[in-house]
Design a protein around this ligand. Structure first.
Ligand code: HPA
Length: 257
């Protein structure tokens, strides 16, 4: 057995198959249910971000418990999916993008493990999404007919409401390509724990006011369906190979003062 890896499934992705066993991990932040599957020589943990029945809204997800549970299981690498609205004409419904940076417009979330009890710590955000995992996904996609449309800057809003048209115009001006409600603080907590983390976005809708279209749940489901199996099998294939922590700086991003 080598390292333990994980997949976090976002909206529309609630399992990675049937040959799994379930475990509940008790953390200081709360309990977390995961599915575990043995593939080749590797253990892959699956965590459904919103719960198996999509019962937890984005602003109430226990991000710290989720990431702490993965850490307690010994997880070293994580791929996640995020359903996103597009604020970029180049990224249309059903398209796949690799998230390479974020802007944080959340308001009321427990967004750090660094609460001062172990001194003052900061985490470097110059490369929030693990470069090695991003490159591996991009290469795999190129060889397996997954049409990645490009890198995307993710703006995270608090939700659960969607954005106003004016907010979306503002986020576009600030440099965002896609909008969602869940990737922050997940990506930050992963980095605080030294876990390599990469998120792949699936465009489910045009963001509010970006085109003359309403956001419908029908769009969201249909767009996810198109690519979710290809993406989860890409994650499993990549994660079941040997991955080298020396190829990125994720394990050394915490600065203690
Ligand atoms: N806004 C916020 N979160 C989302 C959206 C959106 O348009 N689409 C999917 N998640």
């Amino acid at each position: 057995m080598n390292n333990i890896k994980a997949i976090i499934g976002g909206t529309g992705i609630y399992d990675i198959g049937t040959d799994v066993y379930s475990e509940t991990i008790q953390t200081e932040y709360g309990d977390v249910a995961v599915d575990i599957v043995n593939i080749k020589d590797e253990k892959i943990v699956f965590l459904s971000r919103h719960g198996k029945t999509h019962s937890t809204p984005p602003h109430l997800i226990n991000y710290r418990a989720n990431m702490k549970a993965l850490c307690m299981l010994g997880v070293t690498h994580v791929y996640a999916t995020v359903a996103v609205g597009s604020i970029n004409n180049n990224f249309g419904l059903g398209d796949v993008v690799i998230i390479n940076d974020f802007m944080d417009f959340t308001k009321a979330r427990n967004n750090t493990f660094f609460d001062g009890t172990n001194g003052v710590k900061h985490v470097d955000m110059s490369d929030p999404y693990c470069k090695m995992l991003r490159v591996k996904f991009s290469e795999y996609a190129g060889n397996h007919n997954i049409d990645v449309k490009g890198n995307a800057v993710y703006v995270c809003t608090e939700g659960p409401r969607f954005e106003t048209a004016t907010e979306i115009k503002g986020y576009r001006l600030l440099g965002a390509d896609v909008v969602g409600m869940t990737n922050v603080p997940e990506v930050v907590l992963a980095k605080e724990l030294g876990i390599c983390y990469s998120a792949v976005g699936i465009i489910t809708n045009w963001a509010t006011g970006f085109k003359d279209e309403e956001i419908t749940f029908h769009d969201i489901k249909g767009s996810l369906k198109k690519n979710k199996e290809k993406i989860t099998s890409a994650f499993i294939e990549i994660l079941s190979t040997e991955l080298n922590k020396a190829e990125c700086n994720c394990a050394n991003s915490v600065i203690s003062l």
